[in-house]
Design a protein around this ligand. Structure first.
Ligand code: SF4
Ligand code: SF4
Length: 377
């Protein structure tokens, strides 16, 4: 049976997806921009973005799946209005990006996309080759989504639906099924003269509109960067400990975003939105897992979240954090010890000299010693 676009979209709606667009499996129109971006090293330590085999796949979807004819993209809203807005800005709490307030979206989307792919195979009556992706494929999904009519790419590099904003997850099915008809691409940009996102970014991560230098982005550092965070950037992180929503929040199209119907994406409690920094600073592996079980934060693991919480504590500069930071100078992770030293210096200034000199004396790790030398020097 020949599948019609309208049938596929109805099924997507039945499965709870808020958006669905269908586009031929052609190379992405933003390929040249992506190649320039990796040439400039703006992917930072996300080595997978520049790996030659992955670059080849991004250039041509048939490298991922020979015989691929169509890419079906879906969007699922996750926007949840948080009533106590002031809590998000409370410097004694570590702020988590809205997409991570609920359960891990990978599972939620993947299960539904698999059901969708099964339905496609059954309804088409054939045995199409199909692959399902949520974040995992080497696919320039935002640009394909623009081609499938789901929205435009803003100067903040996010996909924006003109009547729903950009708080939605994307997932896709690459299939060998072919359709008689496809969705038309969305207008390329609707930003006009607006530059709100560029001006609002606290770390100046946009060297120019539509280009994001991940090496300066809070979201990249707090989630993807597994190592040390530049001292120069840390004061601008504010209280973000996992991701950053600023360049999406300030976007005027965001006012159209509606609260998600997906219970899975609603925060269970305040600790999933903005946990107390002191709770994170004193967490061990077990209490960390209990705090963030089955959320995207759990994937990043304790070491990096405690590192991020040290930065937020260094920006909070409150004596309540001091005993916990001193304790962290003895943490098993050098990354944590080094960032705790920075936070102590920011909180206590010269009063931390003795603590930091003692750390320097007993420390084996060259990075931690270097951090202390830079602070005391
Ligand atoms: Fe800047 Fe935050 Fe947007 Fe990154 S996520 S570009 S730090 S505003
Ligand atoms: Fe475009 Fe303005 Fe939104 Fe930035 S804030 S993405 S410039 S509309």
């Amino acid at each position: 049976m020949a599948l019609r676009l309208s049938d596929v979209k109805r099924k997507a709606r039945d499965l709870g997806f808020n958006l669905c667009g269908i586009t031929p499996a052609r190379p992405s129109p933003t390929l040249a921009a992506y190649l320039r971006w990796i040439e400039r090293g703006m992917q930072g330590a996300m080595g997978y973005m520049a790996r030659p085999d992955r670059v080849k796949r991004r250039q041509d979807l048939r490298e991922i799946m020979p015989g691929a004819k169509t890419l079906i993209l879906v969007g699922l809203d996750y926007y949840a209005r948080y009533a106590a807005e002031e809590t998000l800005h409370d410097p004694s709490r570590g702020r988590i990006a809205a997409y991570a307030w609920g359960l891990d979206y990978h599972r939620v989307l993947k299960l539904r996309l698999e059901t969708f792919a099964e339905w496609l195979a059954e309804t088409s009556g054939g045995a199409p080759a199909q692959k399902v992706y949520v974040d995992t494929g080497a696919i320039l999904e935002r640009s394909h989504a623009q081609q499938a009519g789901l929205g435009f790419i803003g100067k903040n590099t996010m996909l924006i639906h003109p009547r729903q904003g950009s708080y939605f997850f994307l997932g896709e099915i690459l299939t060998s099924l072919e359709f008689d008809d496809y969705d038309s691409p969305h207008r390329e940009s609707m930003c006009g003269t607006c530059t709100r996102c560029l001006a609002a970014c606290p770390t100046d991560a946009f060297p120019e509109p539509f280009v994001l230098d991940a090496r300066r982005c809070i979201s990249y550092h707090t989630i993807e960067n597994q190592g040390w965070i530049d001292r120069e950037l840390r004061p601008d992180f504010g209280n973000w400990i996992f991701g950053c929503d600023i360049c999406m929040d300030v976007c005027p199209f965001q006012r159209f975003a509606e609260e998600t119907d997906e219970v899975a994406f609603l925060p269970l409690d305040l600790d999933r939105v903005a946990p107390r920094l002191t709770d994170i600073l004193m967490s061990n592996e077990a209490s960390f897992r209990a705090m963030f079980r089955r959320t995207p934060v759990e994937r990043v693991r304790r070491e990096r979240i405690v590192r991020n919480a040290c930065i937020a504590a260094g920006n909070w500069r409150n004596e309540q954090a001091i005993p916990h930071l001193i304790q962290l100078l003895y943490d098993a992770s050098a990354l944590v010890r080094g960032h705790a030293a920075w936070a102590l210096w920011r909180t206590m200034a010269l009063d931390s000299s003795k603590l930091l000199s003692d750390l320097h004396r007993r420390e084996d790790d060259a990075r931690v010693r270097g951090e202390v030398e830079a602070l005391l020097g």
